[in-house]
Design a protein around this ligand. Structure first.
Ligand SMILES: [Zn+2]
Length: 302
């Protein structure tokens, strides 16, 4: 953290231009290599650079991020104290468009969870991904009819739509509007994939199992089962066009993912895997050295 003290000193002396030069020089020598998640959390504004999603969702950063206003037409942002309200401009545009499309699907308003930090990067708690500004969590419950207060933004609980045994969706909470919201999100061309709890994927597969759906079932392919994700869906956009620094994800396997792949999630092997994951020590925090070199410039940009 020696570098940070230097920066503070230089800035207080009003020598901001000089500080920028020192930052770049220090970045070149790797002086800030130990900058971990806290350094990313502490920077509260985006870098003054053209927008770019850099690296991968679990190992990357965001240049020229855009803030999603806390309240907008058809949505409310939750937990602003986490400072994860920034995204690539394409992500902000997508959220705005999904919020506009949701009411027609019976979903009165989106509760928006984490996007990325102001410059993306690793976070001090929670997610491993959401680092490159292309991921957003959307809660699986709509904005309450009465709207939300500033307090509720921080305290309103996200309720699981999955039964305690993880086998199926909870009929008391799961509605056709849930299915329609997820289908609508998956229908956006820029959406690469959506992570939901395996029980949710199962419900979507079953609900869409009638002849009327026909080829419409292709949207299901983008919906991927993953642990957790029982109170929100995690939407990931594909790398924007012409985004050289953005590392694309491995393509999704063909098919709707409703067969053997999905069955695995309810197997003894999957349960074992879950236990192993729960017992594993927390992963080592990422430092600047772990991230693409361009992330240095993003973090140290004034
Ligand atoms: Zn997420």
């Amino acid at each position: 953290m020696k570098q940070e003290r230097w920066l503070q000193f230089l800035k207080s002396a009003g020598a901001i231009a000089l500080a920028a030069l020192v930052s770049v020089a220090a970045a070149g020598t790797g002086a800030a290599a130990d900058a971990g998640p806290k350094a990313w959390w502490q920077v509260t504004g985006p870098s003054l650079q053209p927008a770019a999603a850099i690296g991968a969702p679990a190992k990357g950063c965001l240049a020229g991020g855009q803030a999603l206003p806390l309240s907008g037409a058809g949505y409310e942002v939750m937990r602003p104290s986490r400072r994860r309200t920034f995204g690539h401009p394409q992500l902000i545009a997508f959220i705005t468009a999904l919020a506009a499309a949701a009411p027609a699907e019976g979903w009165p308003g989106l509760l928006v969870g984490d996007l990325a930090q102001a410059r993306g990067g690793p976070t001090p708690s929670g997610h491993r991904s959401h680092q490159s500004g292309l991921d957003v969590d959307i809660w699986l419950q709509p904005v309450p009819e009465a709207g939300i207060t500033a307090d509720e933004r921080e305290t309103l609980a996200a309720a699981s739509v999955v039964t305690a045994d993880g086998a199926r969706v909870d009929a008391r909470r799961w509605t056709v509007a849930h299915q329609r919201l997820i289908r609508t999100a998956a229908g956006f061309a820029e959406v690469d994939r959506i992570f939901v709890n395996p029980a949710i994927k199962r419900a979507l597969c079953d609900d869409s199992d009638d002849a009327n759906e026909g080829s419409q079932r292709t949207w299901l392919r983008k919906v991927r089962p993953w642990w957790g994700h029982d109170a929100h869906m995690h939407i990931r956009l594909a790398c924007p066009d012409d985004a050289d620094a953005c590392e694309a994800q491995a393509p999704i396997p063909p098919g709707d993912g409703c067969g053997a792949d999905l069955a695995w999630w309810f197997s003894a092997e999957a349960a074992e895997e879950a236990t192993k994951k729960a017992k594993a020590p927390p992963a080592r925090a990422l430092t600047l050295d772990d991230l693409p070199p361009a992330c240095r410039t993003v973090l140290l940009n004034k």
